[in-house]
Write a protein that binds this ligand. Structure first.
Ligand code: ADP
Ligand code: MG
Length: 727
């Protein structure tokens, strides 16, 4: 009888690429489903358009009448795109995006209806959202939370729905989402960076953080996906022996993209571009069936919305092409996992990238200021940055010799390292002589605009300078980047505020402005030295070296999350007005909860696979062997043992692994029951991490041995070679 696995495999062999013909050139459709500035200009009366621009650029409030005009324009435009419904699109702490659709259509009398959308509905909504995670902020009896429009990210139409990006807050004003703290962190860094820019250029009145993410993912055929309950329910294979051929030949990386995959990529890219997401890059990644796509960078909040949208689009369009997309950080052990590099920089209203070396000494001093402040911020707040990327799924990747280590360090490249070293060497007590100042200026002036270092850049660093931006590489592929971006922008805002204070104090004491800045930069270089690392981040030696330097190495999520309980962490976010203590506590609680639930689900599925899939097929094979041994006994009589030697040994091996696997499974179940009784979530998470998760590898070890022993035709689950190499 054909098993589910065999049917699935058969389906895959008959697939053909589903190429879609697109009616227009990609440049013609860019942003066509977005209510962007040009559309607003067309649909809005002039005064409303002006207010709207003010509101987008400076965060000013729209008055009610204007909001009505904007809503009406949005609706008229959306109707031309075939929209029938609208939704507030938001990012609850569950990690995905959420939407609740309402129709534009309103009956206004017997047999009469109109399409209606008012400013009230645009600006604020009250989804019945009592079951979104809130970490105790909302008791169910005061379960009202509401969504509020984020005008800085434009509305868009997907399918037949007008989607309005919104924040999600509790009735008492606390944030229940990822977007609100990000917006606040972006405002904080705007203010802090503008203040510092004023030392160099009075024309700078606005600084935006920029984000360019690179999304890695796996594709597997949907029939094989459906035959793997573990991948379906957890996003990763909980068992499965690594294929004989993995990624060791590195023949997949940058190789030609398979036809079926190209057809999928073309379609999701086309749809992304229509939504204004500037995706331009696609290629194979290191592991078989692993790919990457990246857009041109954008303002951070918009870039993050675009990433979330893209992940959603990819999932939907993959299914149309008979694929399933796996955004999990480590779907298959034995081959590389997936990350999402976050390229980050700061850019001014005067068109300057603050992390790009400039044309002259003055602009280079500005570059160095932001560059060194960033390093100092990472040095002082490495634990917060580590916490920002912590999740049950990313734990598989960080420090697994294929991804940045869980130890946070900064890579600068040899050129800039030597610049900083020489600046530090030149630290002088007291006032600088005019010659010293000139020498420093000359030294700084020599920094070339393009640093050739980035060609040999280090790929093993979690936070690397890559010529004109930093690249935060430890972010997980399934993550909402706003967690990492909220923290990164906050700690740098905090550092810039400190910097300004110190420089002003030096000026007060009689230093010239340049001198004060120089000295402060030198001090920061000295104080942040231990976070800089240029060597191989994947090596064992680094772990030892980092420990010597006193750098943290939080290997798992429960220990990484502890930083949120620290007074200093709370103070930093409260001072910046990014998160309150209550919000931080709620978030921490939710993160622990998420961790526990993820592991609980994985453990249950693993128990289920062992009990209901693997054991039955092993027994079936055992029975075949037993039948065979019995038959041999009939034929050979007393001499059968020699004839049945291989079968008997195989039976013994199978029994051994079967018993071990089942034994560990039972023990894990027991530990799970104990952990589930622990009341405090942080302690329960620690128990899941230390007492439950530890069985995963043992169970898997024996399950994978059995996979290699049991007849291929009886094995119930699609194998890695089928999932990773069939197209
Ligand atoms: P890689 O070799 O890692 O692919 P690239 O130089 O191609 O490096 O850039 C990767 C990403 O960095 C792209 O998404 C790009 O848009 C982004 N990027 C470039 N400049 C900036 C910047 N100033 N701010 C943020 N992201 C940027
Ligand atoms: Mg990169």
């Amino acid at each position: 009888m054909a098993t589910v696995r065999h049917q699935a495999y058969n389906d895959v062999l008959h697939r053909t690429p589903k190429h879609v013909e697109f009616p227009k050139k990609i440049s013609e459709v860019f942003g066509e489903n977005v209510f962007h500035q040009e559309v607003m200009r067309e649909y809005l009366p002039e005064n409303a358009y002006k207010s709207m621009m003010e509101c987008i650029q400076n965060g000013t409030r729209l008055d009610r009448e204007i909001a009505d005009q904007v809503a009406s324009a949005m609706k008229d435009w959306a109707l031309t795109k075939g929209a029938t419904h609208y939704t507030h699109w938001f990012q609850p702490l569950s990690g995905t995006t959420a939407e609740k659709h309402d129709a534009f259509f309103k009956p206004v009398g017997p047999g009469r209806a109109i399409e209606r959308f008012s400013g009230d509905l645009l600006v604020q909504q009250e989804p019945d959202a009592s079951s979104f995670p809130n970490g105790g902020i909302r008791n169910t009896f005061e379960a009202r939370g509401y969504t509020a429009w984020d005008p800085s990210s434009p509305a868009f139409v997907i399918g037949k729905t007008l989607c309005i990006p919104t924040i999600f807050i509790s009735y008492t004003g606390e944030s229940l989402d990822f977007k609100m703290p990000l917006l606040k962190a972006l405002a904080a860094i705007d203010h802090a960076a503008v203040d510092v820019c004023q030392y160099f250029d009075k024309n700078v009145t606005k600084v935006i953080a920029t984000l360019g993410w690179e999304q890695e993912y796996f594709l597997i055929d949907k029939a094989l996906y459906n035959a793997r309950p573990d991948i379906m329910m957890t996003g990763r294979a909980l068992v499965g022996s690594a294929p004989a051929k993995g990624q060791q030949l590195e023949d997949h990386y940058f190789g030609s993209i398979p036809e079926r995959v190209t057809a999928f990529m073309r379609e999701f890219e086309y749809e992304s571009v229509r939504l204004g997401i500037p995706v331009t890059t696609r290629h194979n990644e290191v592991a078989p069936n692993q790919f990457e796509c990246a857009p041109i960078f954008e303002e951070c909040n918009l870039a993050n919305d675009h990433n979330l949208l893209l992940m959603d689009l990819m999932e939907k369009i993959a299914i149309k092409h008979d694929f399933r997309i796996l955004l999990h950080e480590k779907p298959f052990s034995g081959v590389n996992g997936s990350g999402k590099h976050n390229n980050w920089s700061l850019s001014t209203n005067t068109g300057i990238n603050l992390l790009a070396p400039g044309k002259n000494p003055k602009s280079n001093l500005q570059f160095l200021t932001f560059f060194v402040n960033t390093i100092k911020a990472i040095h002082d707040n490495a634990d917060l940055l580590r916490a920002s990327i912590a999740s049950a799924s990313n734990d598989h990747r960080l420090g697994a010799n294929e991804a940045p280590p869980a130890i946070i360090s900064v890579f600068l490249g040899s050129y800039l390292s030597s610049v900083l070293d020489s600046l530090e060497e030149n630290i002088k007590k007291g006032k600088m002589t005019p010659e010293e100042k000139t020498a420093l200026k000359l030294g700084i002036g020599k920094i070339p605009e393009i640093i050739f270092d980035n060609t040999d850049r280090n790929r093993t660093s979690p936070f690397a300078f890559t010529g004109n931006k930093f690249e935060f590489r430890a972010v997980g592929s399934s993550a909402n980047c706003s967690k990492a971006m909220t923290i990164l922008n906050s700690i740098i805002a905090n550092q810039l505020i400190l910097f300004k204070k110190n420089v002003d104090a030096r000026i007060e004491k009689g230093d010239s402005k340049d001198e004060a800045i120089f000295k402060e930069i030198q001090q920061m270089i000295k104080d942040s030295k231990k976070i800089r690392f240029e060597g191989n981040g994947y090596g064992e030696e680094w772990v030892k070296e980092a420990e010597k330097r006193g750098l943290s190495n939080f290997k798992d999520t429960p220990s990484a999350l502890k930083v949120w309980s620290k007074k200093e962490a709370v103070k930093l976010f409260e001072d910046l007005n990014v998160l309150t203590k209550r919000e931080i506590e709620a978030r921490q609680e939710i993160e622990y909860e998420n961790y526990v639930y993820k592991l609980q689900i994985e453990a249950r599925i693993l128990e289920d696979l062992v009990q209901n899939k693997i054991i039955p097929s092993v027994i079936e094979y055992q029975n075949k062997l037993i039948e065979n041994v019995k038959g041999l006994k009939d034929v050979f009589g007393d001499n059968f043992e020699k004839a049945a030697d291989a079968q008997i040994k195989l039976l013994q091996k199978i029994s051994l692994h079967l018993n071990k696997m089942k034994g560990y499974c039972d023990e894990m179940l027991l530990q799970r029951k104990i952990a589930n009784k622990i009341e405090h979530m942080d302690e329960r998470a620690a128990a899941y991490c230390e007492k439950v998760k530890s069985y995963f590898d043992d169970i898997r070890y024996h399950a994978d041995k059995l996979e290699l022993l049991v007849a291929d035709e009886l094995w119930p689950l699609p194998k890695f070679r089928e999932m990773l190499f069939t197209r």
